[in-house]
Ligand binder design. Structure first.
Ligand code: SF4
Length: 208
């Protein structure tokens, strides 16, 4: 495994921010299983976690007028560093009020940080995209292998219902190739009941 200090990288027209490699899941479809980087980036395995100031410097060194969206994502679960991600997001918003700021998460921040976290997202993130993956807690654990066991699924749904009170857009996402039509319908019902969006996305194949 190659390591680097690749904090920011570009995916299509968006600037992605990589702040930690920690994750409470071990998803079988994780992009991390496919190589060291993504979309032509340097290795996203970090030599060490950057400080919040280093993250902000890296983001501000990019031409943010060229990116409509900034995405906290990377090779790990960014909410392990929710305070730092929110600090950077707010600092960027002060300078670039029109940029959309998204955080991609497994929705387990309440479990990871051991407290209710939804209010922390307010004023920092415009979009929270949560990986639903499947409509069933049992299946979720089979494919995502959370350190919290099947409790992770219900915690994720609770968080989704909570955080929608604090940010403009909340989506639950799933990889459509991994689901049956019946499972997709159950995902739709879950999202409808929670009052959030369902985002069906494509599987990212291993890089050639
Ligand atoms: S939650 Fe995200 S970063 Fe963590 S293993 Fe799953 S896909 Fe990978």
């Amino acid at each position: 495994m190659t390591k680097s200090m690749c904090i920011t990288y570009v995916v299509e027209d968006k600037l992605y921010v990589n702040i930690t490699n920690k994750c409470s899941n071990r998803c079988e479809f994780c992009i991390r299983n496919n190589g060291d980087g993504a979309y032509g980036s340097d290795s996203l395995w970090l030599e060490r976690e950057p400080t919040r100031e280093e993250i902000l410097d890296s983001v501000l060194s990019c031409d943010l007028n060229a990116f409509p969206e900034l995405v906290f994502c990377g090779y790990g679960e960014p909410t392990y560093r929710l305070d730092d991600a929110a600090f950077v997001a707010r600092a960027v918003k002060e300078r670039y009020p029109n940029i959309k700021i998204r955080i991609n998460t497994n929705g387990q921040s309440d479990l990871i940080l051991g407290r209710r976290t939804a209010p922390d997202y307010e004023g920092a993130f415009d979009i929270v995209s949560i990986s639903l993956n499947t409509p069933s807690a049992e299946r979720y654990q089979q494919i995502c292998h959370s350190v919290y066991g099947e409790a992770a699924f219900d915690a994720m749904l609770r968080f989704a219902g909570d955080v929608k009170n604090f940010v403009t857009t909340v989506s639950l996402s799933a990889v459509k190739e991994t689901l049956t039509a019946e499972e997709i319908e159950r995902c739709r019902i879950i999202c409808s009941d929670l009052g959030v969006n369902l985002r069906l996305r494509d599987y990212i194949p291993p890089e050639a």
